[in-house]
Write a protein that binds this ligand. Structure first.
Ligand code: ATP
Ligand code: MG
Length: 484
């Protein structure tokens, strides 16, 4: 953290006093709501300036304030600015109710079933504006593991603070006087570089098991350690992730792995026994095959991270193709070698089985699972390095992703893959094809199974062509293989 030297130390004593109060000595439980005096860090004692905050957020904050509502910047943005990290997005918390928010902004959409969130558009930006949440009570609907299913009670700023997950995520930047409001000791935890859940950790994980994933991700993002009592229950409660809808886990997995901290996140998830509930086949492959699988996956994650740092596009299709490749390759071998399936049939079946198994945990949308299958099914075609097949593969819409994947296989030490990748590197450069290695001269080409697929996932209906023969397209069948 930079540039905020004294303020944290100054308020530490009050934070400690607050923790004392929370442990039950000073605040008496009675029927009156307990009002906790938060720490207030005035503008001249913290480093967040309006120039760090996006124009859209400032407009929303001022509009809410001018209409007589409380309005705060909250969550990751305040946390990241205090930790000297550029915020990813700006979240706003307000006393205004969703219908009041909607009336104030021209472009506003209410989303969410469990809890209404207003998405306010300001130019290019979309800001998430949430009404203060009320405390969890017995009236909240839960499942048998304690997970909160419905959540629609509004509350005060203080109540909102205690509904948030980690202390460092419960800091509020007040647009009235630019001070920071801290109910939960987040400022002190930032100083200690410690990620701590608010309240009883086990209870908070049971309310929402995704907080276990958030603990790993946010700790790595900030370079913080997870506080002992916050870390302790994770291993024990990891299996609660099975209760989370696969669509939500897909979003969380992308945040974990399409990230500059992807490698550390994988390590953290494995350490806490969380990964086996997200990608069980990958977890098994890592346990069974150890180093080579680990190299492939870590390389894929490190490449992704490097692309994110360099502001290059990344796709979940490539990521999942890499994560699930060891399981796919193993199943393919079983089907081909042990069960004697022909390669094209085995490929379709292996892909189908591995993806179906994965979908039980994480809902990978078709727009990613289809190109992922294609990356896999193009791999054997790199072995055909003769004549027109080469040109056809080079102009395949998914060539680039498949070639990058071949390189990845090569870099992670898969026998023969690097030599093949180098040949294709050359082939992309010139008019003349590079010479084939000696052992390839006598070898017949592998069948082209996927040049013009029918419905993805369908076993090829056509018979295998005779070598060199031309195949006629069926009416309605797409020319070329990719779906763009
Ligand atoms: P980042 O945006 O960097 O991923 P973030 O902490 O801002 O991190 P968001 O998902 O944007 O994450 O959530 C915004 C805020 O909402 C959090 O800082 C936290 O206060 C609150 N929050 C998010 N998820 C939960 C949760 N599962 N339980 C309780 N509070 C949550
Ligand atoms: Mg955020």
């Amino acid at each position: 953290m930079t540039g905020q030297g004294g303020f944290i130390v100054k308020f530490f004593t009050r934070a400690a006093a607050w923790f004392g109060a929370q442990s039950g000595n000073e605040v008496k439980e009675d029927k009156e709501p307990i009002i906790i005096e938060p720490l207030r860090i005035p503008r001249d004692q913290h480093p967040i300036s309006r120039s760090n905050i996006s124009n859209g957020s400032l407009k929303v904050l001022y509009t809410l304030k001018d209409a007589g509502h409380e309005a705060y910047l909250v969550g990751g943005a305040v946390r990241d600015l205090l930790a000297d990290i550029e915020p990813k997005d700006f979240d706003i918390a307000t006393s205004a109710h969703p219908d009041e928010i909607r009336r104030l902004f021209r472009s506003c959409r209410l989303v969410g079933r469990r809890f209404l969130i207003a998405h306010v558009r300001m130019g290019e930006e979309i800001l998430e504006v949430t009404t203060f949440r009320g405390p969890i009570t017995d009236s909240h609907e839960r499942d048998e593991t304690g997970r909160i299913l419905s959540d629609n009670v509004y509350g005060t700023l203080q109540e909102d603070a205690f509904r948030r997950d980690f202390t460092v995520n419960a800091l509020y930047y007040d647009i009235r006087d630019f001070s920071i409001v801290d109910f939960a000791g987040g400022v002190e935890d930032l100083r200690q570089r410690s990620l701590r859940l608010i309240g009883d950790p086990e209870l908070r994980y049971r309310e929402d098991p995704v907080r276990m994933l958030r603990a790993v991700r946010i700790a790595n993002k900030l370079g913080f350690s997870i506080a002992k009592d916050t870390a302790e229950p994770i291993h024990r409660l990891a299996s609660l992730l099975r209760e989370i809808p696969p669509a939500r886990l897909f979003d969380e997995v992308l945040k974990l792995f399409l990230s500059r901290d992807a490698v550390a996140n994988l390590k953290g998830l494995r350490k806490y026994g969380l990964f086996s509930h997200l990608l069980p086949l990958t977890d098994e492959a890592l346990d069974a095959d150890g180093p080579s699988v680990e190299t492939l996956i870590n390389r894929a994650l490190a490449n992704t991270a490097a692309r994110i740092v360099a502001d290059q596009p990344v796709t979940p299709a490539f990521l999942f193709a890499a994560m699930l490749w060891p399981a796919y390759a193993k199943r393919l071998e079983q089907l081909e070698r042990k069960q004697g399936h022909a390669p094209p049939v085995a490929q379709v079946q292996a892909a189908e089985e591995v993806i179906a198994h994965q979908q039980l945990r994480i809902a990978i949308p078709k727009r990613f699972s289809l190109p992922m299958r294609e990356i896999w099914s193009l791999q054997p075609r790199f072995e055909n390095r003769r004549g027109a097949r080469v040109k056809r593969l080079l102009s395949h819409p998914r060539f680039r992703a498949a070639y990058d994947f071949l390189l990845l296989r090569g870099q992670s030490g898969e026998p023969g893959a690097m030599e093949l990748a180098e040949w294709w590197t050359q082939a992309q450069k010139g008019e003349d094809l590079p010479p084939l290695p000696r052992e390839d001269h006598g070898r017949g080409p592998a069948p082209e199974q996927d040049e013009a697929p029918g419905a993805p996932g369908e076993a090829p209906k056509k018979k295998r062509r005779r070598r060199g023969g031309r195949r006629r397209r069926k009416p309605g069948e797409a020319p070329g293989g990719g779906e763009g």
